[in-house]
Design a protein around this ligand. Structure first.
Ligand code: GDP
Ligand code: MG
Length: 162
């Protein structure tokens, strides 16, 4: 059985972009308009010769009421089906209520969590990632899903967690 890595986080943080980076193909749908990814989509991936399944999540209407609850509920399902979780936040925005709602689910799940501080496109933005230590989820991995910056270290951490 191939281990499963679920990618969770609020809309627009770059989950689908990161999934494309991980699988090395442009199959996950990236949109400037948030909320485009369907509920859960699985992809075959491998890193350093180890195969795993990566699950992209999404499917929320960003204008819906109770968005944070909806995101958390979706994350809960994805996390329950996964062996480890890749939690993505937007380092340029910082932590929002919707992020906090997901963190609660992650803590309760007791599954291994890898924290990605996405949109760290350059050295200057790297400092923003340090504030994410406050989440209590361990080391934040600064990454740029678009440019690939930091993605090797992030994937190493994910494979260790699986
Ligand atoms: P999702 O809703 O979490 O799946 O986010 P998407 O992958 O669809 O990306 C949302 C927006 O953020 C798109 O416009 C992406 O191009 C952009 N984005 C994703 N990753 C990065 C990144 O590393 N740096 C920057 N600057 N933008 C990013
Ligand atoms: Mg998406």
């Amino acid at each position: 059985p191939v281990p499963v890595l679920a990618v969770v986080g609020r809309p627009n943080v770059g989950k689908s972009t990161l999934v494309n980076r991980i699988i090395g193909r442009r199959e996950a749908v990236v949109e400037d308009r948030p909320g485009v990814t369907r509920d859960r989509v699985s992809y075959d991936a491998s890193w350093n010769g180890r195969a795993f399944t990566v699950v992209d999540t999404g499917g929320w209407d960003p204008d819906a009421r109770g968005l944070a609850e909806r995101i958390a509920a979706q994350a809960e399902i994805a996390v329950s089906l996964a062996d480890a979780v890749l939690f993505v936040v937007d380092a340029t925005v910082g932590i929002t209520d919707a992020d906090e709602a997901v963190v609660k689910i992650l803590r309760a799940s007791k599954k291994p969590v890898v924290l990605a501080a996405n949109k760290v496109d350059d050295q200057r933005t790297e400092a923003e990632a340090f504030g994410l230590w406050n989440l209590g989820l361990g080391e934040p991995y600064p990454v740029s899903a678009i440019h690939g910056r930091g993605s090797g270290d992030l994937l190493d951490a994910c494979l260790k967690a699986l």
